[in-house]
Ligand binder design. Structure first.
Ligand code: LLP
Length: 463
């Protein structure tokens, strides 16, 4: 995830420290649409607008920090995935990236399905009216209660993650007089080129059943024998924030290999394969993500080719993008509280949120960009570190980025590409209140997840 060290030059501080940053952009006021949502721009006064709404108005009306989500961009990205894969495949949005009832309705309207991985996500999906048969239920340790609720609701598939779960789901379905559609999640032994914590297809981790040593084949054998299950396919998710398609190629090759073995052993052609999510997005201008149509073409070609070689009917493909749909659609809007230049090092810019609204920098060493959005500036670039208000020094939102040297308390700055895994992983650390999610579209802004209040905190604290 690292970028080249910046060649030191006399910018604000005489000598710049080593760090993971590129040279400052020629113009700090320019907004690169690789990282900013599609409707983001600057108005005639230089103030950033999104969906036709001025960020100063958003800050005034909804407070800061706030996640600001571009609804038109979300819908466009969802539609692009749907269109790219066409009617013979399914796109399941991965709700873990960010889920709310409004999002569920948008997905439903745009023709996407939904992947959930907990009772809470399932409840959100059902309460917003997502048809149960378009929901896939994931997780490596679903509780008996969660499984029962999913089966009762009639979810379209449960993705089985262990030998115990195969039996557990079959048993629960049978006790409810049902036959549950299911896929088996396997680990194909691919080393995805991403952060260790978000790579999931190598064997030494908690997800799935290893293909190696015949374990996945044994799982299929058992599942096919159980009356409570209708085994519809094989699932593989190799990890997240991946740019290189070769991992998916190897995964598809190995999944099809298993389908072939299943056909040879049982005379059954499983009708579906799911290749998971994990497609990377641009967090900084240095990242170059693939477009959905390229991904769809590449995955469909690999599967078709492999199936032809194995003389199998091509199964229905599904994918589960989360980050690639919601990630680029939102930015976090902060107000600058203090600006602290440390000579020869960098300037610490403290904002009114931090690791409670974006844990990704601390957890994965993630890189973000940042811009001054309440005005433009012609001041020199200064090397800045955007930090939060929490009581620990690892509370960093943007490690190294350039901001104008005249940045001052009261300015609004925004961190783009925070739509995925920021609100969904937000915490109450230090009893800081989780920010709202505000959706903007066609000049209108509305809260889709409200800001947490001190009453919310105290309600849980029963004394
Ligand atoms: N399908 C399955 C089975 C998954 O486990 C995941 C993500 C996805 C799909 C969606 O992956 P995406 O397209 O969003 O990369 N908290 C981490 C990411 C963890 C992802 C967990 N599973 C982060 O902030 O980067």
């Amino acid at each position: 995830m690292s970028r080249s060290a910046h060649p030191a030059g006399p910018r604000h501080a005489d000598v710049l420290p080593e760090g993971h940053y590129s040279a400052p952009p020629a113009d700090l006021n320019t907004l690169d649409h690789k990282v900013w949502a599609q409707t983001v721009g600057r108005d005639a006064d230089g103030v950033v607008t999104v969906g036709g709404v001025d960020v100063r108005r958003l800050a005034e009306e909804f407070g800061t920090p706030a996640y600001i989500l571009d609804e038109a961009d979300f819908r466009a990205r969802a539609r692009a995935w749907r269109t790219a894969f066409g009617p013979d495949a399914d796109v399941f949005y991965a709700g873990k990236a960010f889920l709310s009832r409004a999002v569920v309705r948008w997905l439903d309207e745009e023709g996407l399905n939904l992947d959930v991985c907990s009772g809470g996500e399932l409840a959100t999906a059902l309460s917003a009216g997502m048809p149960a048969e378009r929901i896939a239920f994931h997780g490596n340790n679903k509780s008996t209660d969660e499984i029962r609720r999913a089966v009762e609701a009639g979810v379209g598939r449960i993705v089985l993650d262990s030998f115990q779960e195969i039996v557990r789901v079959a048993h629960i379905a049978q006790s409810l007089g049902k036959r549950q559609k299911a896929q088996i999640r396997i680990t194909v032994g691919v080393e995805a080129h991403t952060h260790e914590f978000i790579a999931t297809a190598h064997e030494d981790q908690k997800f799935g059943i290893p293909l190696a040593g015949g374990q996945a084949a044994e799982a299929v054998r058992r599942a096919l024998q159980l009356d409570g299950l209708e085994l519809i396919g094989i699932h593989s998710h190799i990890g997240s924030q991946i740019f290189d398609m070769s991992g998916f190629e190897v995964a598809a090759h190995r999944v099809v290999g298993l389908l072939k073995d299943v056909r040879d052993e049982h005379g059954v052609e499983l009708p579906e394969i799911d290749l998971g999510g994990g497609l990377g997005i641009a967090y900084t201008s240095d990242d170059d993500p693939r477009e959905p149509h390229e991904i769809a073409k590449a995955l469909t070609e690999i599967v078709t080719r492999e199936c032809e070689a194995a003389r199998l009917r091509t199964p229905r493909i599904s994918v589960e993008p989360g980050r690639a749909i919601v990630g680029p659609t939102a930015f976090t809007l902060y107000e600058v509280g203090t600006v602290k230049p440390l000579d020869g090092l960098r300037t610490y810019v403290s904002v009114d949120g931090g690791m409670s609204d974006n844990i990704r920098t601390a957890l994965y060493d993630a890189e973000y960009s940042v811009a001054l959005v309440s005005r433009t500036s012609t001041a020199e670039p200064m090397l800045a570190r955007v930090v939060g208000k929490h009581c620990e020094s690892g509370d960093i939102v943007v490690k190294d980025a350039f901001l104008p040297a005249d940045l001052a308390p009261g300015d609004l700055i925004a961190v783009p590409a925070t739509g995925a895994y920021c609100r969904s992983m937000a915490s109450n650390y230090n009893h800081v209140l989780r920010p709202p999610v505000v959706a903007v579209r066609d000049g209108e802004a509305r809260v889709i997840v409200r800001r947490e209040t001190e009453e919310d905190l105290l309600r849980l604290d029963v004394g």
